[in-house]
Design a protein around this ligand. Structure first.
Ligand code: HAM
Length: 433
């Protein structure tokens, strides 16, 4: 790289060919799968009023407390580049009254998110998520549906995920709030044995001590009281039903009563998908229920559940996979002379309008150079147009595999190419293999 050139900001990636093909293929596959399951596309702004995340995601979460790109606009408003998609989607649902129409609201999104984290493999400052949200129902069937969709997508693209599942109850003295009191007392009694940064969490966000990477803390927490032993009857039964429905559809999971997730809005079902070969950033996705989020954003009670999968991490986990290949052009058109160039441009346009992949020279190369480009492109045919062909209203079709040449009428070119394509059994470009 030249020393005076600009570089993309730290923690961001340029998505370039050929890797971008995998990106297009994965997101296309996800779209089709979400839509088959009744989810519709939404797109919210890249930035929101900062309060949406402070209230929605929670000020004690790491994401809001330490990782947001927050700035003031010219009107003195505090705005934040979205670090996640759930709070914005719920904000949009409430703002546009989607919840007043038929429930549940089932939506999906695909796009960039921003967190000011220390970059490393699989952890970026701009990253991409594929997510769905089902809003308006607390039926365990929705939990099972949502988890199965994430599991299926990951399985279909060969991630072979491990699903970790837990229930973290709901905000009530008989459930999580009561548990938190017990936990805080226990943590206070063991504070001396914990790593110093984790001691602060006892007061701010005690559940998050379970996420500590500090060996000392992990060892102490081996004996800590667990949320699953303190769930209320409703949450216990809800969780049992979710598990049983997942069993019905063959989704296997590992229960982990220490899985707490990093965002404060979660209630009841919480889950994460991990994949091998990714080092410490091995979570390819996560999600859960957020039954109180609507109220945190000023809306009515409106239960919801969803997930987000990390596109960057899925592509890292599937580096060896053969994704869709857009495939070579069916035809590379070669022009001999200026008049023929105009004709070739029309011919290529006609082929493309007929959904065939066609290329031609735009570098002004001579016959030899164009034939070389045709070979290099991997095209099945060169369609050659010179003065002779122009006068006769024909095209010379050269089979680049065996060198055979035939003259075909210009008007029949599409038909001939299409017939041969079907005989060859060539795949459509851009399909997931
Ligand atoms: P999350 O666990 O914070 O959940 O993020 C979901 C996924 O996004 C992660 O598992 C990971 O694959 C990817 N991801 C997160 N941060 C980064 C990063 N810095 N670099 C690369 N990939 C990253 C949420 O965001 C929730 N909104 C999910 C959800 C939807 N819950 C309910 N509905």
């Amino acid at each position: 790289m030249a020393s005076n050139a600009f570089r993309a900001p730290k923690g961001t990636n340029d998505i370039l060919p050929p890797t971008s093909r995998d990106w297009v293929s994965l997101t296309g596959h996800a779209r089709a799968l979400f839509e088959r399951s009744g989810y519709e596309y939404v797109d919210t702004p890249m930035f929101e009023h900062t309060e949406v995340f402070e209230r929605g995601v929670g000020e004690t979460s790491e994401v809001v407390g330490k990782q947001m790109y927050t700035f003031e606009d010219m009107g003195g408003r505090s705005l934040t580049l979205r670090p996640e998609g759930t709070a914005p989607v719920v904000r949009a649902v409430l703002e546009h009254n989607l919840h007043r129409a038929a429930l549940p609201v089932k939506v999906y999104y695909i796009g960039p998110f921003f967190r000011q984290e220390r970059p490393q493999k699989g952890r970026y400052r701009q990253f991409f998520q594929l997510g769905i949200e089902a809003i308006g129902s607390d039926d365990p069937f929705v939990d099972a549906e949502v988890i199965e969709i994430a599991w299926r997508l990951l399985s279909e693209v060969d991630v072979q995920p491990r699903l970790i599942l837990n229930s973290i109850g709901h905000r009530a003295a008989s459930c999580r709030d009561g548990y938190l009191e017990t936990l805080v007392q226990w943590l206070k009694a063991h504070a001396d044995e914990m790593a110093p940064p984790d001691r602060e969490r006892i007061a701010t966000n005690p559940l998050r001590t379970f996420d500590s990477k500090e060996e000392k803390t992990i060892a102490v927490l081996e004996n800590a009281p667990l949320i699953t032993d303190h769930l209320c009857d409703d949450c216990t039964s809800h969780f049992a039903q979710v598990r049983s429905l997942l069993d019905d559809v063959g989704v296997s999971y590992d229960l982990d009563p220490r899985l707490v997730r990093g965002l404060d809005y979660y209630t009841r079902t919480a889950f994460e998908f991990v994949a091998g070969g990714l080092g410490s950033q091995n979570a390819v996705g996560g999600g859960g229920r957020y039954d109180g989020l609507s109220e945190s954003l000023g809306g009515p009670p409106l239960p919801g559940i969803g997930f987000a999968l990390g596109v960057d991490r899925i592509l890292l986990a599937t580096e060896d996979r053969k994704w869709a290949d857009p495939g070579p052009p069916h035809v590379f058109a070669v022009a001999l002379g200026d008049d023929a160039r105009r004709d070739v441009f029309e011919l290529v346009t006609d082929l493309r309008r007929a959904f065939l992949k066609a290329e031609f020279d735009v570098m002004g190369r001579g016959m030899k150079g164009q034939m070389k480009d045709a070979d290099r492109s991997g095209a099945r045919w060169a369609a050659i147009v010179g003065a002779d062909e122009l006068a006769a209203g024909e095209v010379t079709l050269k089979d680049l595999k065996n060198g055979d040449q035939v003259r075909v009428e210009r008007d029949r070119l599409i038909e001939v190419v299409r017939d041969q394509k079907d005989t060859d059994g060539a795949g459509e470009p851009g399909r997931l293999r």
